[in-house]
Design a binder for this molecule. Structure first.
Ligand code: ADP
Ligand code: MG
Length: 259
């Protein structure tokens, strides 16, 4: 199973991500207290950090599932300055650039794999059904699931469901892919098939932020590793440095717990 067999290239040009001073609190609980992050176009950043450190919240802010109280986010040419306030239409515009893959696939249970892929492009993006179906079938083939187009989620294994989840994200033609612990809910024997799809997407030059504690994936695939702790990025750099020779004591302590 390799998406390269299809001569696959991103439908959209990958974009870079720039985050400055991002602040997000829930009620009186600060979660992100000033996050600065740069992801170059076509590169993979792996984000690690303790449970509750705000990794999901940061991804959700990039995808506008959460609204930060301050700071700014730029993806490609689209930027929102949350400190200044979000203007009408800005959220939809920025959200268009990214697609999320969640820990649990979140597929619609009463829709087939194919229908799950078509939902967003047809109903949210208003693209022509026939064109979307053709593209969706191609995407299912690329994640090795051409034969499962008419299967319902509960007829698929966890790994297959998650591959449908990735294909569904790709169907939105995003310029940036955000993965939130995509393999942490899977049986160990199906983790590899999902990571293989993600490796192919990385090799294709997609811009990706991947929250994962799969250290081998981070070492092999990441261009950049980010350690989120205490509401900020506490350490970042090339994988060899952050994973094998961390400079901060709290990075060392965290890695000591997960390795
Ligand atoms: P991580 O993904 O690193 O485990 P999260 O981003 O899920 O961390 O959560 C960071 C903190 O924000 C946690 O303390 C969590 O309880 C809190 N939090 C996340 N989402 C909400 C929410 N919708 N309402 C209130 N608190 C939240
Ligand atoms: Mg999380």
């Amino acid at each position: 199973m390799s998406i390269h067999d299809e001569g696959f290239a991103p439908a959209e040009t990958p974009e870079g991500i720039e985050v400055r001073g991002l602040v997000k609190s829930f009620g009186s609980t600060p979660v992100l207290t000033g996050v600065d992050l740069d992801v170059a176009p076509g590169t993979v950043s792996v984000m690690i950090g303790p449970s509750g450190s705000g990794k999901s919240t940061l991804l959700r802010c990039l995808n506008l599932l959460e609204t930060p109280q301050a700071g700014r986010v730029r993806i490609g040419d689209d930027e929102i300055d949350f400190t200044a306030g979000v203007r009408r239409g800005q959220s939809a515009s920025l959200r268009r650039h990214s697609a999320m893959v969640f820990q649990s696939h979140n597929l619609f249970p009463h829709r087939t794999a194919l229908q799950n892929l078509m939902e967003g492009p047809v109903f949210a993006q208003g693209r022509p059904r026939r064109e979307v179906e053709e593209e969706a079938r191609g995407l299912l083939a690329r994640v090795g699931l051409a034969e499962k187009a008419d299967a319902y989620p509960d007829q698929l294994s966890g790994g297959q469901q998650q591959r449908v989840g990735i294909a569904r994200a790709l169907a939105l033609r995003p310029r940036v892919l955000l993965f939130d612990e995509p393999t942490s809910a899977l049986d160990p024997e199906t983790v590899g098939e999902v990571l293989a799809v993600m490796r192919d997407l990385a090799a294709e030059g997609r811009t990706m932020i991947v929250v994962t504690h799969e250290v081998r994936f981070a070492r092999d695939v990441a261009d950049h590793v980010v350690f989120l702790d205490g509401g900020v990025i506490a350490e970042e750099g090339p994988p060899q440095q952050v994973l094998l020779d961390p400079q901060q004591e709290r990075t060392r302590a965290f890695l000591g717990r997960i390795l």
